[in-house]
Design a protein around this ligand. Structure first.
Ligand SMILES: Nc1nc2c(ncn2[C@@H]2O[C@H](COP(=O)(O)OP(=O)(O)OP(=O)(O)O)[C@@H](O)[C@H]2O)c(=O)[nH]1
Ligand SMILES: [Mg+2]
Length: 250
């Protein structure tokens, strides 16, 4: 399933992000820890390749902790082939605010040591990523107040929003950016399943079957518990029927 979802506001968002990058000390790319490969935008990688990068694996309360740790190692090793330094951390909105903030600010300071509290110049960070990965939620978590609008659908943030933390750090939350054509079918299915593409732009049945196949293979108990099924269905089609019946759709 290839997906073409590149509405007009994406063109604007790309321009906004390209203009914002030069004035920043650290780029914070938020990716969804349930789909780290699929949720990395190659366009952002290209636009930001000269800047120090902090990869934040968001929604870590929903992902497999061992796999998240393996991805953190993977990103930190990528520092050797990227021109600028890279760090990676996992964050969740269920974490205590001060813990999340310490994890993110320590990583930012290590990436831009000449900026921040020990300098007259504050650290400036751009929080970027594909839609609906949790950029505004991270902004709110770091600020400790609900300053940026969040919702469980892609395309909520429409313009750059600057937030100044009490240590002087300036965060910019920007709209989510997708790339023009998602031609890898598996990436498209992951993005649709993870909520980065709006429901109106996807064919629901293949996305549901793709998700059920993953859960049956890797997390069968979560599938049974999550949908309160009586038993484990033998294959994705049966599972879709069982879930549909359970939810009163069949
Ligand atoms: N469980 C869980 N949900 C999260 C987490 N972070 C964000 N969310 C949810 O994910 C949804 C999207 O969050 P946003 O912060 O609006 O995402 P965004 O990246 O700013 O989205 P756009 O502005 O549309 O690009 C919301 O329903 C959040 O509550 C997290 O760590 N754990
Ligand atoms: Mg947002």
């Amino acid at each position: 399933m290839s997906i073409q979802w590149y509405p007009g506001h994406m063109v604007k968002a790309r321009k906004m992000i390209a203009e914002a990058i030069p004035g920043k000390d650290v780029l914070v790319e938020v990716i969804d820890s349930r789909m780290p490969r699929a949720s990395r935008n190659p366009v952002l990688n290209e636009l930001g390749r000269a800047k120090p990068l902090l990869v934040v694996l968001s929604k870590s309360d929903l992902s497999d902790p061992d796999i998240t740790q393996a991805w953190i190692k993977h990103f930190e090793h990528s520092a050797s082939w990227r021109g600028a330094p890279v760090k990676a951390v996992a964050v969740s909105s269920t974490q205590e605010r001060k813990v999340a903030r310490r994890i993110v600010t320590e990583a930012c300071r290590a990436l831009a040591p000449v900026r921040g509290p020990n300098s007259v110049k504050p650290l400036r960070a751009l929080i970027m990523g594909i839609p609906n990965v949790g950029k505004s939620t991270l902004t709110n978590l770091l600020q400790g107040r609900h300053v940026a609008k969040t919702e469980d659908r892609p395309g909520v943030t429409k313009s750059e929003q600057k937030v100044v933390l009490d240590d002087g750090t300036v965060l910019s939350d920007v709209p989510g950016l997708m790339w023009p054509l998602i031609d890898d079918p598996r990436v498209g299915l992951c993005l649709a399943l993870g909520g980065a593409i709006p429901d109106t732009a996807i064919d629901h049945e293949p996305v549901a079957l793709f998700g059920l196949e993953i859960f049956l293979r890797r997390y069968p108990q979560q599938l049974v518990d999550g949908f309160k099924l009586k038993e484990l269905p033998p294959d994705p089609d049966e599972a879709l029927d069982a879930v549909g019946r359970k939810r009163g759709c069949l």
